[in-house]
Design a protein around this ligand. Structure first.
Ligand code: 5GP
Ligand code: MN
Length: 339
């Protein structure tokens, strides 16, 4: 995004616009935080703004200011599609290709609205008139702060914007510990705290509201944890039956994959979660160092993401998916052992 783009966007936003903001399917903390942060910012400019999500998102994000006005495309399809068809501007946040929005792909591709992408995933598609893509960024939330800064609007920061953006920076950086966390990230966090983000409350709201069942599910996942020492790899499985047993709710499996990666000498971790409703195995991959799970996911599991965090899926059974994963490890064994 160059100076000319910024000037053009400033001109666009100088008059009242119908604006739609969309994150990816199965939105996480960064997707919800960035869309709500941008929502509060643009609303202050007098625009007519709506956040439309493809489907449901974790309960531990539902306290963020503005979350009560989020519209869901899967359950409010007509309303969402009307808003998209009447939009002047569509911001797409925290994803890089329309297919990442699931069933919203068609209506978004067909829309004539001006698209503005803000995203930190590798290899962005070329659908947006204005693309603000930076794979070095910790999170889309951090980018929304920089976007406000580029437009000269950080004086508009308030506790709603600051709280929403803090959530996504915190969740996408594993609470400020992943490699993508820079001194600039901490500078931004400082600004957010100065402007009303209550860090202790935010951490409590996101991480300390487990249900008894969700902790039992974690116990089950840890019981299922397996290690492939020669490939410095750990993986976890959760079957539909196990999810059912512990009354699985959206968000309950978030972060479990990181337990595999916390094992000494492990540099690649995976979790395979059976979803009989969608007929797929949802896969999350995490790594340490230079090993690219983005590449692994793109090559074998129809997915993608970042170097150290990626997602994907498999149409095979849970057992067959794990067998496939184990069968590809030897081809990576050398690089995994060089990490
Ligand atoms: P998670 O494993 O937490 O679902 O996702 C990790 C990262 O990979 C996130 O940045 C997410 O946006 C991305 N990701 C997750 N699933 C997919 C997928 O199916 N396709 C692509 N391209 N990226 C994904
Ligand atoms: Mn993100």
């Amino acid at each position: 995004m160059n100076k000319q783009d910024i000037t053009s966007i400033k001109q666009l936003l100088a008059v009242k616009q119908n604006i739609v903001i969309v994150p990816h399917k199965n939105p996480d903390g960064d997707a919800i935080g960035s869309t709500l942060g941008l929502y509060h910012y643009l609303s202050k400019g007098g625009h007519n703004v709506n956040v439309l999500v493809p489907n449901d998102y974790p309960t531990f994000l539902k306290w963020i200011p503005g979350s009560d006005m989020i519209l869901r495309h899967d359950s409010q399809t007509k309303l969402c599609e009307n808003l998209i068809n009447n939009a002047d501007i569509i911001f797409t946040l925290d994803f890089n290709a329309f297919h990442r929005t699931g069933n919203m792909e068609a209506v978004l591709s067909n829309s004539n609205a001006i698209k503005i992408m803000i995203d930190h995933h590798q290899a962005p598609d070329n659908y947006a008139k204005f693309t603000y893509s930076d794979v070095g960024m910790s999170s889309t939330c951090e980018m929304v702060y920089h976007f406000m800064d580029k437009l000269g609007d950080t004086s508009l920061l308030d506790s709603n914007i600051a709280t929403a953006l803090y959530v996504g920076i915190m969740t996408d950086t594993g609470s400020f510990r992943f490699r993508s966390t820079t001194s600039t990230t901490h500078d931004v966090i400082a600004k957010l705290i100065e402007n009303g983000a209550d860090n202790t409350t935010i951490h409590n709201n996101v991480f300390d509201r487990n249900s008894y069942n969700s902790l039992q599910l974690l116990g089950c996942a840890l019981t299922n944890l397996r290690v492939v020492p020669e490939s410095r790899t750990a993986y976890i499985t959760l079957s539909q039956e196990e999810l059912h047993k512990y009354d699985y709710k959206k968000g309950d499996t978030e972060g479990i994959v990181n337990y595999g990666l916390s094992l000494d000498n492990v540099v690649l971790a995976a979790i395979f979660i059976e979803d009989k409703n969608e007929g797929i195995i949802k896969i999350s991959l995490r790594s340490k160092g230079n090993f690219s799970v983005n590449e692994m996911s793109r090559s074998y599991f129809e997915g993608g993401g970042h170097t150290n965090a990626a997602g994907g899926k498999s149409d095979l059974s849970l057992k067959e998916t794990v067998e496939k994963f184990i069968s590809i490890l030897p081809s990576y064994q050398k690089v995994l052992n060089n990490e």
